[in-house]
Design a protein around this ligand. Structure first.
Ligand code: BES
Ligand code: MN
Ligand code: ZN
Length: 504
């Protein structure tokens, strides 16, 4: 698949499909005058006579349209042009492209109505098209012999003058979507394929090919690091634990290092606090935090974002066996804190405790962790919204702003200090569960004990990481959530570094 640009009119481009992005603002007959005239007023006629109103995600295929050189037309609505946002356009385009990808290698010419092209720059439109072209065909069925969606053939943007800046935007969009796709694939692959060792093999391969430093810590090394909390979770599994670190240093020596930390429980059975069947069914998704972090790290390097970034992911499988950790066990975390295990299903915080502490000791100036941490967060915010916990208001606001820019729902919840009472243990420094209530908050308060004063944000993505049902713009299963928001955040951060470095 290539993305190219042509100054030709949309009606003159040969393709399987002419995709027209249509807003609901203004007189349709005027907005695509040329094409509309060529096909005898078909578009304006359809918009008058049918219930197609060009709202967000509305789609109308017109087959075998005579008068233009493309075989079919796909009208894709995106709502009111006066309120257009990048994420809304992307969602509509995803739905449109996804519709087309049910057949192999379809070629597409893309054009926009004049209300859209007069408001959004060619570079932004190019990036969003490139992103959605690459992201659209991805399905949860990574193990199927026959795929249900296929990569598109060549895509051409009509009315765009080709040049290096548009090509750069196209590359950017493709790189970002490829990162989302990688995060989704790692999550969608079952736990018999992706476990700590194979996760590391895969990422080390990608990092090596891209010239990115990747360090893998095996169990003896983790024992030497005294990561007793993480190792307690892993000890019931025949698959040994790993910690993987990626180091991207594109920011220069005077710029501090940001750390991304991910929960990588490649399967969460619950351990002896065993999950019931229906809750365990989707627990291959419990490494989504780790998948997002490594995808962001690799893409940040490819996009040459001028930041210093370290990614740390803790990879374990939470299983039952004669060697598994048990209720009442007391384990010692890397920072010396003793933890009484009262529920082996509260394992994510044990993994993160040690990895967060490792990130702190590595000297990170800011830490962001991502984890499918609590069902309680899903109860509070639902399947679409992630919970944000943060000890530094500026960091929280910048993350909320980035998520908003990329159309990913994120809502801040309080790190309410008094709930530390709920984490008290009679026999150790702390226990690994709170009580019945505020489970997302007590989990976050637990994590906070391991970050000290370092500016830190925790994203509980248990809801949005894995979707129960499919929609017109994406399949069910892994969503790759927060890959786009974090890349946006890193770019903002890099721009800020530049500003701070400027004298005066
Ligand atoms: N991995 C789960 C959280 C989860 C739930 C992720 C639903 C995705 C969807 C986590 O390890 C877990 O089991 N949390 C427990 C904590 C409890 C035992 C304190 C939970 O939420 O029930
Ligand atoms: Mn669990
Ligand atoms: Zn878990």
């Amino acid at each position: 698949m290539t993305i190219s640009f042509t100054a030709d009119l949309p009606q003159d481009v040969v393709a399987d499909w002419l995709l027209i992005l249509v807003s609901s603002l203004g007189d349709p007959a005027q907005r695509f005058q040329d094409i509309d005239q060529q096909i005898a007023g078909m578009i304006s006629g359809v918009m008058r006579r049918t219930d197609f109103e060009a709202g967000e995600l509305e789609i109308l295929p017109l087959y075998q349209t005579a008068g233009i050189r493309a075989t079919n037309i796909l009208l894709v609505g995106c709502g009111d042009a006066a309120n257009l946002r990048k994420a809304g356009i992307r969602k509509s385009l995803l739905a449109g492209f996804r519709r087309i990808t049910t057949k192999q290698k379809q070629t597409v010419a893309v054009c926009f109505d004049s209300e859209i092209s007069s408001r959004i720059s060619e570079n932004v439109l190019t990036e969003i098209v490139a992103d959605s072209v690459v992201a659209a065909p991805i399905d949860a069925g990574v193990c199927r012999k026959e795929q249900k969606h296929f990569a598109l053939g060549d895509v051409v943007l009509c009315g765009f003058e080709s040049g290096s800046s548009l090509s750069a935007s196209a590359n950017r969009g493709q790189t970002i979507a490829a990162a989302v796709n990688l995060a989704k694939e790692l999550v969608n692959r079952p736990a018999n394929e992706i476990y700590p060792e194979t996760f590391c093999d895969r990422i080390a391969g990608l990092a090596g090919a891209a010239g990115i430093r990747c360090d893998i810590y095996d169990e003896p090394m983790l024992r030497r690091e005294r990561m007793g909390a993480m190792l307690a979770v892993a000890q019931g599994s025949d698959r040994s634990a790993r910690m993987l670190a990626l180091h991207v240093r594109a920011g220069g020596d005077s710029v501090p290092t940001i750390a991304l930390v991910g929960k990588g429980v490649t399967f969460d059975s619950g351990g002896y606090s065993l999950k019931p069947n229906d809750s365990m069914l989707t627990m291959k998704c419990d490494m989504a935090g780790a998948a997002t972090c490594v995808a962001v790290g690799l893409a940040a390097a490819q996009l040459r974002i001028p930041v210093n970034l370290s990614v740390y992911v803790g990879l374990v499988e939470n299983m039952v066996s004669g060697r598994a950790f048990k209720l009442g066990d007391v384990v010692t975390a890397r920072n010396g804190t003793t933890i009484e295990i009262q529920n082996t299903d509260a394992e994510g915080r044990l993994v993160l405790a040690d990895v967060l502490n490792f990130a702190v000791d590595s000297g990170a100036s800011q830490i962001i962790d991502l984890a499918t941490l609590t069902g309680a967060c899903v109860v509070a915010l639902g399947e679409d919204v992630a919970g944000l916990f943060c000890n530094t208001p500026d960091l929280a606001n910048s993350l909320l702003n980035s998520a908003d820019a990329e159309g990913e729902a994120l809502w801040q919840l309080p790190l309410y200090r008094q709930y530390d009472e709920l984490l008290k243990s009679d026999v150790a420094d702390v226990r690994n569960i709170g009580g019945r209530w505020a489970g997302a908050i007590t989990a976050a308060r637990f994590l906070q004990k391991f970050v000290g004063d370092t500016p830190w944000a925790h994203l509980d993505i248990a809801g949005p990481a894995f979707a129960t049902g499919s929609t017109s713009w994406r399949d069910s299963g892994a969503t790759g959530c927060f890959v786009r928001s974090l890349l946006y955040w890193l770019e903002e951060k890099a721009a800020g570094n530049g500003r701070e470095a400027q004298p005066g």
